[in-house]
Design a protein around this ligand. Structure first.
Ligand SMILES: [Zn+2]
Ligand SMILES: [Zn+2]
Length: 262
């Protein structure tokens, strides 16, 4: 069992102690954990605070924990990098500046605003969420990341989730899937959706079914910010992937992918 999307106290929105995370992961029978703390690149950032990413700090902690848990659990050094169109060079420079095993590319800001508040505003105005998907398409086409994070998580912030018009975004999601398949970028099944009102992972079964037909690769991540969330719905996620034909999930060491049986 693998969980590649865990935020430790090195993320500004998490208090999860990395050593405790390893202990909990071990108790939940994970064989591999991936820490993917937040790094953002928005100039007028008000939540993740540009510059607060302490790469050397977490790297040191990962090295310490690798020794402590040697032979018991494998610890991967990942990052969840916020994608902003036009910042590709800065992001590439950042990703090359630390020995990451992998990076998850996610869109957390749209039109300079955090997705959480942006989504609610769009919904209240009856406006489309297309700008979010357009940014995500650019992230997929950039080829910067090993993994594309929580594909349709605008749904997380909807006031009335049942009114979300899936059909409107089928076309652009198809383009995102094609770009990922072409670049060899995996799409994660982000199980946090099962903790939210959407009651479905980000993305859901339908999207994975389409991605499988394109020959895509997948990873599993809980997006844990608390001990309770580590490996959340991991078995359920693997069952969903299996039901649409996947037999393997990806892990990454020094940027190189390796497929493990589900
Ligand atoms: Zn995220
Ligand atoms: Zn995350």
């Amino acid at each position: 069992m693998v969980d590649l999307h865990i935020h430790t106290s090195f993320s500004p929105d998490s208090c999860l102690d990395a050593e405790m995370a390893c202990r909990v992961a071990q108790a939940r029978e994970l064989k591999i954990v991936g820490f993917a703390d937040h790094a953002e690149f928005v100039p007028e950032d008000d939540a993740y605070i540009v510059g607060c990413y302490d790469g050397q700090g977490i790297l040191k902690e990962v090295e310490r924990l690798r020794e402590l848990f040697n032979g018991k659990i494998e610890i991967l050094f990942g990052v969840e990098a916020g994608f902003i169109p036009g910042m590709e060079k800065e992001i590439a420079r950042f990703l090359g500046s630390l020995p990451f095993d992998y990076s998850i590319g996610s869109v957390h800001y749209v039109e300079g605003q955090l997705v959480s508040s942006w989504t609610k505003q769009q919904e209240l105005r009856g406006a489309s969420f297309m700008p979010y998907y357009q940014d995500l398409l650019e992230a997929a086409r950039s080829g910067l990341f090993q993994v594309l994070g929580h594909l349709d998580y605008v749904r997380k912030y909807l006031l009335v989730p049942e009114k979300y018009n899936h059909q409107e975004y089928e076309g652009i999601i198809g383009k995102i899937l094609e770009a990922c398949a072409e670049k060899g970028t995996a799409i994660e099944i982000n199980t946090s959706g099962w903790r939210h009102a959407t009651e479905e992972p980000y993305p859901g079964k339908e999207v994975f079914s389409r991605f499988k037909k394109l020959g895509g690769k997948v990873t599993v991540g809980s997006d844990a910010h608390k001990t309770l969330e580590i490996a959340y719905a991991n078995r359920r996620a693997r069952k969903l992937l299996e039901s649409v034909g996947f037999k393997e999930v990806e892990v990454y060491r020094n940027g190189k992918g390796c497929s493990l049986p589900l």
